[in-house]
Design a protein around this ligand. Sequence first.
Ligand code: NI
Length: 389
Amino acid sequence: MPIINRIAEFHDDMTRWRRDIHAHPETAFEENRTADVVAGLLEEFGIEVHRGLATTGVVGTLKNGDGKRRVGLRADLDALHIHEKNTFDHASKHDGKMHACGHDGHTTMLLGAARYLAETKHFDGTIHFIFQPAEENEGGGRVMIEDGLFDLFPVDSVYGMHNAPGIPVGQFAVREGPFLAAFDIFEITVHGVGTHAAMPDRGIDPLIPAAQIVSGLKAVVSREVSPLHSAVVSVTQIHAGDTWNVIPDEVTLRGTCRWFDDHVRDMLQPAITRIVENIAAAHRCTATIHYERRYPATVNSPDETEFAASVAADLVGAEHVDRAFEPDMGSEDFAFMLQEKPGCYILIGNGPGDGGCLLHNPHYDFNDEVLPLGASYWARLAEQALPAG
Ligand code: NI
């Protein structure tokens, strides 16, 4: 593996950090222990530490020379609400929480780079190591920006990385422009009049329109969005009723929308509202819709994508860097940082997804073999963004 020798020497330390974080997963804005671990290690490396942005965010700042250039390297700290099904020693000790997306690995790779860069200082300028909370659903990256991230720690560009099961170890994948989709969430409540199931005519059944809404919403993407644009409208939850012989008063549906172009977003919400309200009305029900805007699309800027891909290619060879990886309808709150600063979000291979080693799967585990490569990528990226001499 073409990694930095000094980083390879402390591979065992990184594996130990990663497994410790994996065993103690914490979710959105409660990453207190994880932030303690990160801040403790950064201080041990001699890096200046700032805490408290977005509650549990940690920023390490390392300066060298008198160069004016500044780069931001970002990792995510949070875990998911998943019950881990792995049985190895470092499996989750926090019931119902799990590092099923590899943020334990992301945090560790950035810590590894921080240790190396603090030791070697082959750069001229300022590196901000950004450890953000609440990547999953809750927009910790956005909150850090609102709390003044780029005012307190100004950067010329910012970079993010995520592991990718299914991409071999030793490979990277990236793409200029829109790379991951934007997302919103919605909650629909269909209000009827509950009654005895044996006498449906005495009430107003909200289940009939609710079922039609699930299929009716399929027409938003297939009939209203241009076939040349991408969008997803998925109903993911239906909640109603408690027993066999009662027609419930109301039904709650929840789901998510994904898209790349903002003009698609602007038509999804009114289309959903129109379909829901009219189907409900057709069956004498009413509907309330709570529609919430969440993450924008993750858009890689051209120069920084070229730069990140070339750093990766220097490490693993150009043939192991896919520069035209297919965009994904998943979402990522690094998108908020890319709205503020030019930068690039890259994928690093985590190896085969066998045995359920897939993102958000209860059998997932970050591949420790990847740690020195990811740390080497971060280190080289910082050194080349802030060249010494
Ligand atoms: Ni993730």
